[in-house]
Write a protein that binds this ligand. Sequence first.
Ligand SMILES: Cc1ncc(COP(=O)(O)O)c(C=O)c1O
Length: 451
Amino acid sequence: MSLPASDLTKQPDLRTTMDLGPVLPETAEVRDGRLFVGGVDLTELARREGTALYVFDEAHLRHRMQAYVEAFRSQYPASDIIYASKAFLNKAVVRIVEEEGLCLDVSGGGELACALSVDYPAARVFVHGNNKTPRELEEAISAGAGRIVVDSFDELARVSRIAGEHGVVQDIYLRITPGVEADTHEYIKTGCEDSKFGFTMKGDLALTAVARALETPNVRLAGLHCHIGSQIFKLDPFAEAANVMVAFLARIRDEVGATLEELDLGGGLGIAYLADDEPASVQEFADMLCGAVKAACEAHAFPLPRLLVEPGRSLVANAGMTLYTVGTIKELPGIRTFVAVDGGMSDNIRTALYHADYEPTLANKADQPRTKIVTLCGKHCESGDAVVLDMPLQETEVDDIVCVFGTGAYNQTMASNYNGQPRPGVAFVRDGEARMVTRRETYEDLYARDL
Ligand SMILES: Cc1ncc(COP(=O)(O)O)c(C=O)c1O
């Protein structure tokens, strides 16, 4: 794994921090040259709490959740927003999810345990995963999880058995791959036919699964689920998926004689990682999806189902950022400039994994133009270890505080301890105050499991 060659012709765009528009958390501002979020001086926060540090703008987070609920409920009253906790999870965010009236998607026993530990109502939990273990299913069913999204025939039998042992009838969805190609990175496409997720419609496998589920004891087939991928900018594939799924609901009614009442269309709305990115707004997404479901239902004379969506990234990514301290600066003439920070692929794997884009700034020089193209590399023993590739940054010195925007999703939850790196703490900032909601890992934590 190595870095792509640096583009030496790339010119800095000289924008200052507040020109970065859509990547900024809502309360970002610059005071006396320093970046503040939630009224908190990020330079001071970094120096006080240590780096690397994940920081979340709590107002931004809550407003995004409220925007989703409002955009859907105002035009589709029988709708619910499910937060996909794989994007970012700790107890604090689960509490906020509950306070803002969202449901919760978990993809494993550990995520469920987090939710239950803060008394999040199990009935509002949706359990995902293509290979939930018997133990995870047992935990979900005994906790009273609202819906289990069944992904295979093996799992259908397993859920039936475990529910039977508990003397309950478990509400389930079936995950369907609608055969829709989303315009996004290969690694995060999930709706196409050749996918490990769900039942394909090819060869009527999905229809067979529906018929099987309907006659399986101890489960109630409440609805269908699909998820076509992540970081999707064009809205058409969502409408296409909605059409395919409603047409399938109608076919189930016509051919199997069952009218399923719930339709979960997954997550996937893209967000701005770069200042010039123009993702669709939550309102546009809701308009498109609700419109498509209503139109398809009308075309098939199918009663409007309860509609659910499962956003992760688009709820949390731009609320979050990562702070680092600059440790070394290495100018390789005619090759590139490396600015090394005290984190890297251990707290943000997305760049090493698929060369993800991010906008960085120096929190302590936030009013200065970003005049130099640099690569922010990490401290790990991999050549491909980088956080930001070839992006403009202010004139940088050792001990400056770097803020990388848009790291709120799929950073903290994908973090590792590579090279014995303790995972960063998480701070929520709001109304001039910072509260640590997850403490930084200690060396003792790292080896606490060793026998
Ligand atoms: C089943 C399911 N639902 C929802 C999501 C959330 O997607 P996003 O973060 O793109 O909104 C994912 C992400 O992979 C997923 O697999």
